[in-house]
Write a protein that binds this ligand. Sequence first.
Ligand code: GLV
Length: 329
Amino acid sequence: MQKILVARSIFPDVIDRLKQYFDVDWNQGDALPADELKRRIADKDGALTAGEMIDAGVLAAAPRLRVVSNMAVGYNNFDMAAFNAANVLGTNTPDVLNESTADFGWALMMAAARRIAESEHWLRAGRWQKWSYDGFLGSDLYGSTLGVIGMGRIGQALARRAKGFNMRVIYHNRSRVEPQIEAELNAEYVSKQDLLRRADHVVLVLPYTKENHHTIGAAELALMKPSATLTNIARGGIVDDAALAEALREKRIASAGLDVFEGEPNLNPALLGVPNVVLTPHIASATEATRRAMADLAADNLIAALGEGPRAGQPPNPINPDVIGRARS
Ligand code: GLV
């Protein structure tokens, strides 16, 4: 039987399914420290990860490894140049999380705009004495301008919801999307600078790459309206969290909603000190149905890539399909 490492705690019935095909080493504890990951992956044919860093060093430590299946759509934890050099396949879990993640983007954006977390903390602290005409004034979503940076599948799902709020949609992306998608979403392609100047609510839905590091830093925050909100459901590192905390503290923008952070699960302490930000622990895809779909798809990818099951040899979501069938190097 081929051997696999499941690096994270996951639904037990998914483990049962994997056990039908593989000898499974399952880490049910905390995230594996890098040296333990290297030790446990060393004799494996495949691995299932959820954000663990897999680089040239890990691949070199695991000469039999042929596939790593990430239970996430983002795979910035994979060094794809190293995967390609070693002929190791990477897979991810796109599409099944689009709608849940778009829903959550709206939840965070609305919470930031209408100061829901901030006012709730204040209420819980026993500070509510009387209703006040100017208590927790926020900004409207209905009829405002939504700025989406990153118009991929999740960005489009997010923008589609703007119709019900009668919002103008502007977007920025590496490249323009198809005219029929622009027409369906009633979305206008603009430069990043234009978007930041015009949007009332900016949402980040782009993948993390070296080029996208600090897409939003001090200079970009300075372009935004003082009444604007910023929501990040993409990846830590896309926003300069220190610069954002300062902009929020100085009220240079109104508020922010953040589900992802530089260095998570550790947060820049400055963010914890500002009230006008809603902070959630990377849960945008966390509904029962969606996390199950992601886990199932991650298992499907691993089973098929290791030549087992009904789709043997044809994993549904290869990131680097060119390496399929090539000998491990
Ligand atoms: C979650 O962040 C994902 O990339 O799926």
